[in-house]
Ligand binder design. Sequence first.
Ligand code: ADP
Ligand code: ADP
Ligand code: ZN
Length: 214
Amino acid sequence: MKIIMLGAPGAGKGTQAKQIADKYSIPHISTGDIFRANIKNGTELGKKAKQFMDQGLLVPDELTCDLVMDRIQQDDCVNGFVLDGFPRTIPQAEALTAALDNINQKMDFAVDVDVPDENIVNRMGGRRACLSCGATYHIVSIPTKVEGICDRCGSEVVLREDDKPETVQKRLSVYHEQTQPLIDYYNNQGILKSVDGTQAMDKVFADIIAILEK
Ligand code: ADP
Ligand code: ADP
Ligand code: ZN
């Protein structure tokens, strides 16, 4: 099963993608996590990506597409994968369609997790991220068991630099301009499904599973 998660920053794509990946034993591929790992490790890619991420801008397609195309051709992707945060532009979507086309494959579902902008700022302000294992929490709705400490790996959880309110507004406008058009793109491919992302986490997950198993 090959799934794309669509939705605004903070809509809950990552939260849902992790659960889907666990349930179906397929890899969760988050371009944001890949970039953050590169930043943490001080790679060239990380240095370049950081300049854009800190401003709430997208990392250029040239730095993003090849990375994902390589990743989805690795052995652990044979039974499928969940893409979280990719594609984010029409050229990225076209590159993905073309790469899969070359090997006679296509994506099965594009799941849009729909959350209005009003809810997003609150979600992002309360998000706490573990930069070691990629887990995310929310100080009110999905808290860590011990304050400030990741349940999964015991590292510290932090407010991401780009989750501060100034940058969140920028990311939202970038989303509407560059990423939202993908909803039409995948609707035209006939694989778009929408879920109400304002519901509780478990209810959103149940709705997604109902779509995938229909
Ligand atoms: P969120 O989960 O809040 O939407 P991500 O972790 O997916 O955030 O992405 C964080 C940042 O990484 C983005 O704001 C952007 O700068 C960069 N990024 C992630 N994925 C992509 C992509 N597919 N194309 C361009 N930039 C990306
Ligand atoms: P995205 O990957 O789309 O940027 P995340 O999965 O990181 O979004 O979720 C953004 C924030 O909202 C996190 O703090 C997460 O814990 C929280 N969150 C995710 N889903 C829900 C939900 N259904 N209800 C309330 N908060 C949620
Ligand atoms: Zn962790």
